[in-house]
Design a protein around this ligand. Structure first.
Ligand SMILES: [Zn+2]
Ligand SMILES: [Zn+2]
Length: 273
């Protein structure tokens, strides 16, 4: 039986004879239903048209994506963790080449995902490597394909490997999580931020309830994200796409961006001189 994948958000559903009647992730206000109508694909179909892509961002950190771009278009990150790797966020596409390459790199010791838009084909990746999947319990209702490998965690932080800590920030999703990598950026620390702290093309960040539908986040939620990250040292911020990276001074970029955001939703923009 095929496991259908929504072509708009990339979420994989449990194996079924017929496609699901709709995609609950796309029907919710933070996403949107394909204007041409709900459409589905499968891994088998995608393997005729897509392939996996890799890019090393820095020693110990490799991006894993899909070409041509699929659904939301995010890439996952493979973070070195001893003799294995943690997969941060996930992609819908899985092929033999990616599985062989990841295995040669030491496989996956764990998968952790920032929020439901990137749950993607997490169960396929988990089954290929026997890896547990760490998801924040507050977003439990958005898991479309459940699996015994999913470990729902509660609370505000969880260290999943030495120097790799999940930090629940909320915001975009109630269980919105980022990953702090202590050894990243040559030991200065890196933040792997998904859509929770969204890296913009100007090397600053922003925060939204819905990115495609332009629904902003409230001031309290943005302040909470800043508070949650206050005590964590980091220099680099790795966003959800290959090119959304702040290579240095990420801490300052975050502080500046929080001030800019709060000013922007509090009153009219300052006039240019
Ligand atoms: Zn969808
Ligand atoms: Zn999202």
């Amino acid at each position: 039986m095929p496991a259908f994948i929504c072509t708009t958000c990339g979420t994989q559903y449990p194996p079924s004879d017929a496609a699901p009647s709709g995609c609950a992730i796309c029907q919710e206000e933070r996403q949107y239903v394909n204007p041409l109508g709900q459409s589905w694909t499968t891994l088998e179909a995608m393997r005729r048209t897509h392939f996996s892509t890799f890019r090393q961002h820095e020693p110990g950190l490799i991006g894993l994506g899909t070409a041509p771009s699929f659904a939301i278009g995010q890439r996952a990150l493979l973070v070195r963790a001893g003799d294995t790797n943690v997969m941060w966020d996930c992609v819908s596409f899985v092929d033999d080449a990616a599985v062989e390459i990841v295995r040669a790199l030491g496989g996956l010791g764990a998968i952790a995902i920032s929020h439901p838009h990137y749950y993607a084909s997490m169960v396929e990746w988990s089954q290929a490597f026997g890896a547990p999947i760490f998801l924040h319990a507050a977003d439990r209702q958005w898991v479309m394909r459940g699996d015994p490998a999913i470990e729902f965690w509660d609370g505000e932080t969880k260290e999943i490997a030495p120097g790799l800590t999940l930090i629940r920030c909320g915001g975009h999703f109630e269980g919105g999580t980022v990953l702090h990598w202590a050894a990243g950026a040559a030991g200065r620390g890196a933040l792997l931020s998904g859509d929770i702290v969204q890296v913009g093309p100007d090397k600053r960040v922003s925060f939204m309830r819905s990115y495609p539908d332009y629904i902003p986040l409230d001031a309290g939620s943005v302040r909470h994200i800043a508070d949650m990250l206050e005590g964590w040292p980091f220099d680099a911020i790795y966003g959800a796409w290959f090119d959304r990276i702040i290579p240095a001074d990420g801490k300052e970029a975050l502080a500046y961006s929080v001030r800019r955001y709060l000013a922007a939703i509090s009153g009219p923009p300052a006039r240019s001189p």
